[in-house]
Design a protein around this ligand. Structure first.
Ligand SMILES: [Cu+2]
Length: 154
């Protein structure tokens, strides 16, 4: 009975866009849509670390872009700028770490085609300790509970 209910919970989670694997959960993932001609895109999510130990997101990859980076947003003289964080994002145990507009986020560079609302993009997350997970990320105009963002420049 227990196995059955766990299986049901797992299929329910995957059908709602959540991914449950190896104690690391990517929740509420979304990618911002892009217009033709724009080759950069942002991906956001909450990473829920219930693996039992501290971890870190160290790299991300997707076949739909030539390069993928983990970025942070910094405020320089009132201007929001983004820069890569080669060391990745710390994911403390038993905490949810948000990748969100205006903070840490995943940057897709060299998009091979525009990100269309209603489609999904595959994304593989690689961690320091936990096994990599691949998720399907829905493309939206805004995130869940839309967050307004300051204009950003590289
Ligand atoms: Cu960025």
């Amino acid at each position: 009975m227990k196995i059955k209910s766990l299986f049901f919970a797992a299929s329910l989670l995957s059908s709602t866009g959540l991914t449950l694997a190896h104690g690391m959960t990517a929740e509420q993932a979304w990618a911002r849509f892009t217009v033709p001609g724009v080759t950069m895109g942002g991906v956001f999510m909450n990473l829920n670390n219930h693996t039992g130990k501290d971890d870190a997101l160290v790299s991300v990859s997707t076949p739909i872009a030539t390069q993928t980076e983990i970025h942070e947003t910094i405020n320089i003289d009132g201007m929001m700028k983004m820069r890569p964080v080669p060391q990745g994002v710390a994911l403390p145990n038993a905490k949810i770490t948000a990748l969100q507009p205006g903070g840490h986020h995943i940057m897709l560079m060299g998009l091979k085609q525009p990100l269309k609302v209603g489609t999904q993009i595959p994304l593989t997350l690689t961690f320091k300790h936990t096994h990599p997970i691949t998720i399907q990320v829905p493309v939206r105009k805004e995130g869940l509970g839309a967050t307004s963002t300051a204009p950003m420049m590289h």
